[in-house]
Design a protein. Structure first.
Length: 348
């Protein structure tokens, strides 16, 4: 007997952050989770670095004027684990919902663009950092590492996530595809660049759905006119903080499962028929029968970045013999690290 079809209801949430109150955005997240649960959602995806808010100031202010808003963002940033993750975990567990949330993560003196995946039991299943901040973002965030390029098993299926222009790094996308993601959660800031940003975003998420043979749930943020004016009083610069919203849910066949949301606040809700994944991959599995790993493969350094390494780990793996020729080593000391980087092949 054939197994019954598996349907997952997903919600892509487009709302504005709270610039004024330190805990205001977190309250908005919890309220939105409640609203999505009332609509029957089993998965909720929020925009990029939504808590406390995306650093819109960095796109329109010169570096010399960014000090105060950068420090304010750091003061309100999220420590993982901490009160914010605890509150979201409790909400996820209460509703039995998988929640994907973008945050500004503070790790001592640095900020990172971080994506958090909470499973339906409240467990933090994944914490990953954007591997390369884009353009103006490099003034705000540090770089992530390959340790976060992971797909995790959750109550709704195998979930992967990337932020914004990471989707223009085909090898980063392939790293998740090779781990057979079923639902890809994409996050963009919204209210940025202009209408062309939304147009590019749509092409990007639909292409990834087709290429990966997975569902894509994409969430973008939204700013009100009042919030835009608070970022900059310059009318010309305000134009750069409008448009760029395209909250959407796309099937493995590249089709929108509901009309995308490009203006205002709200959420896109759709049912994901997981049988569509097999339907797509029967014809084109880019990391399976359609792959050629003997010709093309991906090597990943998936070790977490470290600023210090214990001395005993820097010793060579092969001991030198007593009569070793030290012609090129006058001090008679081994090299600090003779090991080649550890690489993992993620193809097929």
């Amino acid at each position: 007997m054939a197994s019954p079809p598996r349907i997952v209801r997903a919600a892509a949430i487009q709302i504005a952050p709270d610039f004024d109150r330190p805990d205001g955005t977190l309250e908005r997240v919890c309220d939105a989770i409640d609203e999505a649960a009332a609509k029957g959602a089993q998965l909720a995806v929020f925009p990029e670095t939504f808590v406390p808010y995306y650093p819109y100031f960095s796109f329109v202010l010169p570096p010399v004027l960014q000090g105060a808003p950068h420090l304010r963002l750091a003061e309100r940033a999220v420590v993982v684990p901490g009160p914010v993750t605890q509150a979201v975990a409790e909400r996820a567990r209460h509703h039995g919902m998988v929640v994907v949330l973008g945050v500004n993560e503070r790790d001592h003196g640095s900020l990172y663009n971080t994506q958090l995946v909470f499973d339906a039991d409240g467990t933090l299943a994944l914490k990953r950092r954007k591997i390369t901040p884009t353009y103006h973002e490099r003034m705000v965030w540090g770089q992530g590492d390959g340790a976060g390029l992971k797909v995790v098993d959750t109550a709704v299926g195998r979930v992967g996530a990337l932020a914004c222009w990471e989707h223009y790094n085909p090898l980063a996308r392939y790293a998740l595809m090779a781990q057979h993601e079923e639902i890809h959660c994409a996050q963009f800031p919204g209210s940025l660049v202009g209408p062309i940003f939304a147009e590019q975003m749509e092409v990007t998420i639909r292409h990834h759905a087709l290429e990966s043979g997975c569902f894509v749930v994409n969430a973008t943020g939204w700013l009100s006119d009042e919030q835009i004016r608070s970022v900059t009083p310059d009318a010309n610069l305000q134009k750069a903080l409008r448009g760029g919203c395209h909250t959407a849910i796309v099937s493995p066949e590249g089709k929108h499962l509901a009309p995308p949301l490009t203006e205002g606040e709200g959420m896109v809700v759709a049912d994901l028929d997981m049988a569509l994944i097999a339907k797509r991959k029967r014809m084109m599995d880019s990391v399976g029968h359609y792959a050629r790993p003997e010709l093309l493969s991906l090597a990943i350094n998936d070790r977490p970045a470290q600023t210090t390494v214990p001395m005993h780990l820097t010793q060579p793996l092969v001991q030198r013999s007593p009569d070793h020729d030290h012609h090129n080593d006058p001090a008679g000391q081994p090299a600090a690290d003779d090991r080649a980087p550890v690489l993992r092949v993620a193809a097929g």
